[in-house]
Design a protein around this ligand. Structure first.
Ligand code: SF4
Ligand code: SF4
Length: 418
């Protein structure tokens, strides 16, 4: 591969080297090393594009070390699109080893096939219940930690897919469609059900198109599998086009951020770019749609206060959604405390915590300190990956804090009201 084709060169030129992004970067905070900062990574990309250095193993390592949290984008005065730059670079680098190629094909292939996901979830549940996970994990080295960090896989009943239509009892109800997600039904089906219940209570008929593909392609895109991401994006767009112009709701910040930027995948396909833009205009995070028709739900005793909210990177930096979740939480009447540095990454970052569990745990450390200092008894997030990462970190520290998705907290308030 020619070095020049590795990098989306023109995008690197937006960087004016001011360094304002450096202190926001979680990997720089860990290493205090310039190449592990956004400015340093852009400098490396540009040097490769200009043929000054090779795209060797140390270059690839700095690209892999990045969480793609996009905190650097939020603070950049020059509008550098770091996320798009990194996705392009990773795409051109591709998996570095044969094993890497095989496992990424298998892993990403798995995410797109519901029957296979079901089989893996059922097998994992069995392995957890028989103690096999504890036996196997040490044999897998660092990656074994990701296996032991997994929550208990729910029963088959709890992993059932959502009904295609859930009506609202409100007379002024309006329809929305819901993206069901790939791992969400298998690991956090209760969050999906809470989402439907809360939407219905807010006056939305909830449609879950049966023909939606299993995966929106966000994990693929973030990890450089752009061809696969393009195929999945086309399937998602086509499936939801059949539901007209009604909003497409997601309860996963990573999926929402990616679906709102589908057009970036189709720079060379004008017709798909246009369809992607029309689709993306319909995409809303759960908190955005609920903010339009607020719920009135009172404080409930089955949530311990005070509560705090941690901003998922792909909601605050990727979508600019910050005030809506806080406003919804405040409607419940709970005492809410702000979490120090709530916009910095928790280390989940899609499959990063599975691929680099040690780095992910180190990145979570200061946030666990902030949680302790906040005195909160319930931590609320709006992204499934963050929820699992926080649960694992809180468990390993032995903290007495419950982690809830915002849909779950709102559902508990509705239970108290009803
Ligand atoms: S995306 Fe996050 S980890 Fe990567 S360079 Fe930007 S701030 Fe650092
Ligand atoms: S803040 Fe933006 S312009 Fe400044 S160094 Fe970072 S990426 Fe470059």
């Amino acid at each position: 591969m020619k070095a020049q084709t590795l990098i989306d060169y023109t995008r690197t030129l937006d960087c004016i080297h001011c360094g304002l992004c450096i202190s926001a970067c979680p990997t720089y905070k860990l290493t205090a090393s310039e190449p592990s900062s956004p400015r340093g990574r852009i400098h490396l990309m540009r040097a490769v594009a200009e043929g000054e250095i090779e795209a060797d193993a140390s270059f690839a390592e700095e690209m892999d070390f990045c969480l793609l949290c996009r905190h650097c984008e939020s603070v950049c005065p020059s509008g550098v699109e770091f996320g798009a730059l990194m996705e392009h670079t990773r795409s051109e680098l591709g998996p570095r080893t044969f094993l890497g190629r095989v496992s990424s094909k298998l892993g990403f292939g798995l995410l797109t096939k519901r029957p296979l996901l079901r089989l893996v979830a059922a097998s994992l549940r069995l392995a957890q219940q028989t103690g096999l996970v504890r036996l196997i994990a040490p044999l897998l080295g660092e990656r074994g930690q990701a296996l032991t960090n997994l929550p208990s896989i729910p029963s088959a009943k709890e992993r059932e897919l959502l009904p295609e239509r859930t009506p609202s009892s409100r007379e002024d109800s309006t329809p929305v469609t819901l993206l069901e997600g790939c791992v969400m039904p298998e690991l956090l089906g209760r969050v999906n059900r809470a989402t439907v219940r809360v939407l219905a209570a807010a006056g939305h008929e909830v449609l879950v198109p049966a023909n939606q593909p299993t995966c929106c392609g966000s994990l693929q895109a973030h990890n450089g599998a752009l061809d696969e991401a393009r195929i999945l994006a086309k399937q998602v767009i086509a499936a939801f086009e059949e539901t007209g112009e009604i909003p497409v709701v997601t309860n996963s910040a990573g999926c929402g951020s990616h679906m709102k930027e589908y057009a970036n995948l189709f720079e060379d396909e004008a017709d798909w770019r246009e369809r992607a833009e029309r689709f993306s205009a319909r995409v809303k995070d759960l908190s955005e749609i609920l903010a339009e028709r607020p719920l009135t739900a009172p404080i409930t005793e089955n949530v311990s206060g005070p509560i705090t909210y941690d901003d998922p990177c792909h909601l605050c930096h990727g979508q600019g959604v910050r005030s809506e979740p806080r406003a919804l939480l405040d409607q419940t009447g709970h005492e809410r405390v702000e979490l120090r540095d709530s916009e910095s990454c928790c280390g989940s970052a899609g499959i990063y915590s599975a691929l680099r569990p040690k780095d992910a745990a180190l990145i979570l450390e200061p946030k666990l300190e902030a949680l302790k200092d906040s005195g909160a008894k319930t931590l609320v997030t709006a992204n499934p990956g963050c929820q699992l990462q926080w649960q694992a970190g809180i468990k390993s520290r032995g903290l007495d804090v419950e982690v809830l998705h915002i849909a779950e907290l709102l559902e508990r308030s509705l239970e108290a009201r009803d």
